[in-house]
Design a protein around this ligand. Structure first.
Ligand code: ATP
Ligand code: MG
Length: 784
């Protein structure tokens, strides 16, 4: 019955068959962590008869969530095919396959909660947001809008320039929004932020934050940070609500756990434990929390992700068990993705990081080709090289299609040179994470209509489309209407719009246009509960004159936008097919607001992928080009002086290398035009860290054998200083030892990870937090 387990190695199998209690799976790239997580969901349902409604799985993108559901669906359909017909699924007639899959959908996949933190939280809030008590008394209702980054920055800008009358050059909306987001992620209120940063700038930012939060509430809107914070606050203040969700989700699974931040961690902890402390391992009765991750792939510390959360998992959840107890920790040590050459290059590189736990990652595949390092004259020549390789490989290898190639870079701006050459040769490509479908002007317009219909307190959306298409409602009219809302004590704009007499009095000659608009919104509000999202989109597009205006324009650009709007309608139809249980406008809208960069590559199957290294996490491609390996670009200039930041860049490089299955090309240019001027560029320090015997290309002779980085020097010194065997063995240390570290000074050992002579110490350095140190790599002196 459960022969899908045969597709796993023994360690994966152990992880998959784990039933109750906490389990941490730590393993390097491509070792099948995501596969283990997926199979475990299947195993819970098939073997343990867990109700799919009781499972919550957190993935890194919506696309990953969708793929995971599909994989599970196929696994189940396969079991059914075997049980009912004694045959493999693929050997059955197409209609029989479809029938089996749709049964699985109805009974299993439809019920699973799989998604990103944001998507899952939005879903929870659609049930319970009305129970949340805000300290300032603000209220939200379940038809809340989700403001994306550009909406949020727009709001900040209005507050800076209009409410507070400040110069938006000094208080750049983008950086102010970033500061607010940071404060939120540390769970600071505006008052607390002000106390923490009592200088002028800090006070102003705290003030903007205060108005910003008020404005969000007035719009019945949340930003991305609130989506996660609010459930945490709600769970902390309302025991009953937490008890419900705690009971609901018996099994919690998290992928890419190394990039979890404090708030997300707290959410998981609350859900898993009901906010209680766990005294013994046996407390986990038919419940589990299962996380998989790789500290070497932690690349989001700039968004407050904190990989010590991963390191602390066993302490936090596994009370009563020793750290290396296999009941709470599994290591996967075989890599199934990459050739051994690619893997060795990756392992070799990451060993240059000091703050890491050594781990084993064995290749299971053949050696493969050498890694090719190419030195180009400039960025155009680099693009020419990459595209000529792609064309060459694509013709030489019939099994390769365009979709098997990926070009990975450090910053978005690098994509242009590649796009030009790809276009020249008519090679299909997609820029993953470029201007997202949902960020396009026309799509935001239509969504603003829908949001205003669902949530007429969303003044931002109302204002966006009150005069789109043109209805003769100018800025003067809108200002007048808004002044009236202020005079009346800050009532929502909609209250005025919805009242014909007020509009006529205030809007004068523009009243006709305003009333037309208000009637449209009212009409669709009435139909909202009976009509599907797709029907409302179609109706609004016709009734508002939006489509007619695009048609009348008759330009290529308008045609393009017409096509996009049509595509949104298709997206709604598809959404309704896939979500038969909740095809409402509200559900579609929150899905659209959260669709991430990675989700719109519908036609991406046969196109070369271009993306940043950050976006490439979790993915794999037969052929990978890692481009722009130059000092100041990768590693990024901000990290050059900061060893910890350099280590994060190196992890990013490790992520990039380990995306490759068969072939890896790495390139750098001797001069590069980036942001305007052309500058000479020197090869990245990471190039010097590649094992030269596995590398060929036109650049290898030009690479220094070893780069003398501060880290490497420190490491060499410590290797020389350490007596063989001393300090590297488990028995050399006990918790409570006080040690001196070269960079961090004195600290106290709080944990010892690993066993024998493969250990790492967690050391608390006062004022600098906890660091994970491998005593073989970093010199540690015992303080006497
Ligand atoms: P990353 O750290 O990059 O997220 P991962 O650890 O999640 O990687 P997966 O994406 O689950 O790794 O697996 C990597 C590849 O190896 C996939 O193509 C997967 O299908 C394959 N794979 C995983 N486990 C096995 C196995 N036991 N036998 C054969 N192939 C496997
Ligand atoms: Mg993965």
């Amino acid at each position: 019955m459960t022969d899908f387990l045969a597709l796993l190695n023994p360690a994966q199998r152990q992880a998959v068959e784990h039933y109750c209690g906490p389990l941490l799976v730590v393993a390097g790239a491509g070792s099948g962590k995501t596969r283990a997580l997926t199979y475990r969901i299947a195993n819970l349902v098939l073997t343990h008869k867990t109700d799919p409604d009781n499972i919550l799985a957190v993935t890194f993108t919506n696309k990953a969530a969708k793929e995971m559901k599909e994989r599970i669906e196929v696994l189940f359909a396969e079991q059914d095919a075997q049980a009912r017909h004694g045959k493999a699924l693929s050997s059955l007639p197409q209609y029989e396959q479809t029938k089996l899959r749709s049964q699985v959908y109805k009974t299993v996949t439809k019920h699973l909660w799989i998604g990103t933190f944001h998507a899952l939280c939005a879903r929870i809030l659609r049930f319970d947001i009305e129970k949340y008590q805000h300290p300032a008394g603000y209220r939200w209702t379940k038809n809340f809008s989700i403001f994306d980054e550009s909406d949020a920055q727009g709001l900040v800008k209005t507050i800076v320039t209009q409410t507070l009358n400040l110069d938006d050059k000094k208080f750049n909306p983008r950086s102010v929004r970033f500061a607010i987001s940071n404060a939120k992620n540390q769970k600071l209120t505006p008052d607390e932020l002000e106390k923490e940063q009592p200088n002028y700038r800090g006070r102003v930012i705290a003030d903007v934050y205060r108005y910003y939060q008020k404005a969000l509430a007035e719009n019945n809107a949340l930003d991305f940070d609130d989506l996660i914070l609010m459930p945490v606050f709600l769970f902390q203040q309302n025991e009953q609500v937490l008890a419900y969700w705690h009971k609901r989700f018996r099994h919690i699974l998290v992928d890419e756990y190394q990039d979890t931040n404090r708030t997300q961690y707290e959410l998981i902890r609350l859900l898993a434990t009901n906010g209680e402390s766990i005294a013994t391992y046996e407390d986990w009765n038919h419940r589990s929390v299962f996380v998989v991750g790789d500290a070497d792939q932690s690349i989001y510390s700039f968004r407050a992700a904190d990989f010590t959360i991963l390191m602390n998992f066993q302490d936090d959840f596994g009370d009563g068990l020793p750290d290396d107890d296999t009941r709470s920790m599994v290591k996967l040590e075989e890599n199934y993705r990459s050739t051994s050459n690619i893997l060795e290059v990756a392992n070799h590189l990451i060993e240059n990081n000091t703050e890491r736990i050594d781990k084993v990652l064995r290749a299971t595949r053949g050696e493969g080709e050498s890694i090719y390092v190419y030195r180009a004259e400039d960025e155009t020549a680099e693009a020419d090289f990459v595209i000529s390789q792609i064309r060459h490989l694509e013709t030489q290898h019939p099994e390769l299609n365009w979709g098997n190639f990926a070009i990975l870079y450090r910053t978005n701006a690098q994509s242009r040179a590649f796009e030009e050459v790809l276009t020249r040769y008519s090679i299909p490509y997609q820029v993953v994470g470029g201007l997202r479908f949902y960020d396009r002007r026309e799509i935001k317009d239509v969504l603003a209509y829908l949001r205003a219909i669902a949530n007429p307190f969303d003044t931002v959306s109302l204002k966006r489309v009150i005069n789109v298409p043109r209805r003769g409602v100018g800025k003067g009219t809108i200002d007048k209407l808004e002044q009236a809302t202020q005079t009346l004590g800050g009532i929502p704009l909609w209250e005025i719009l919805a009242d014909d007499t007020s509009v006529k009095t205030l809007a004068g000659r523009s009243a006709k246009g305003v009333l037309e608009f208000a009637d449209l919104i009212k009409k669709y509000r009435q139909d909202m509960d009976d009509q599907k999202g797709s029907e409302i989109i179609q109706g609004v597009l016709e009734d508002s004159g939006y489509l007619a205006a695009l048609k009348a324009e008759g330009t290529d650009e308008a045609d393009d936008r017409f096509g996009n709007v049509q595509e949104l309608y298709n997206a709604a139809l598809q959404f309704e097919e896939e979500n038969v249980d909740d095809p409402s406008l509200l559900a579609f809208l929150s899905n659209a607001s959260l669709a991430s960069d990675m989700d719109d590559n519908k036609d991406g199957k046969n196109a070369v992928s271009l993306m940043t290294l950050h976006s490439s996490k979790g993915l794999e491609f037969p052929v990978v080009f890692l481009v722009g390996l130059e000092q100041g670009l990768f590693p990024n200039h901000r990290s050059l002086e900061d060893p910890a930041a350099t280590e994060e860049e190196r992890r990013l490089c490790y992520v990039g290398i380990t995306r490759a299955k068969e072939r890896l090309f790495i390139s750098h240019a001797r001069a590069r035009r980036l942001y305007g001027s052309r500058e000479p560029a020197s090869p990245s320090l990471f190039l010097g860290e590649l094992p030269l015997d596995l590398v060929t290309g036109n650049s290898t002779t030009g690479l220094p054998q070893k780069w003398s980085t501060p880290i490497r020097e420190a490491r060499n010194r410590s290797e020389a200083a350490a007596k063989p065997g001393s300090g590297a063995h488990e028995s050399d240390w006990t918790v409570g030892d006080v040690v001196v570290h070269k960079a961090y000074g004195a600290g106290e050992v709080t944990h010892i990870f690993g066993a024998g002579n493969k250990i790492c110490l967690a050391i608390n350095f006062p004022g600098q937090g906890r660091k994970i140190v491998d005593p073989k790599i970093s010199a540690l002196q015992r303080a006497e």
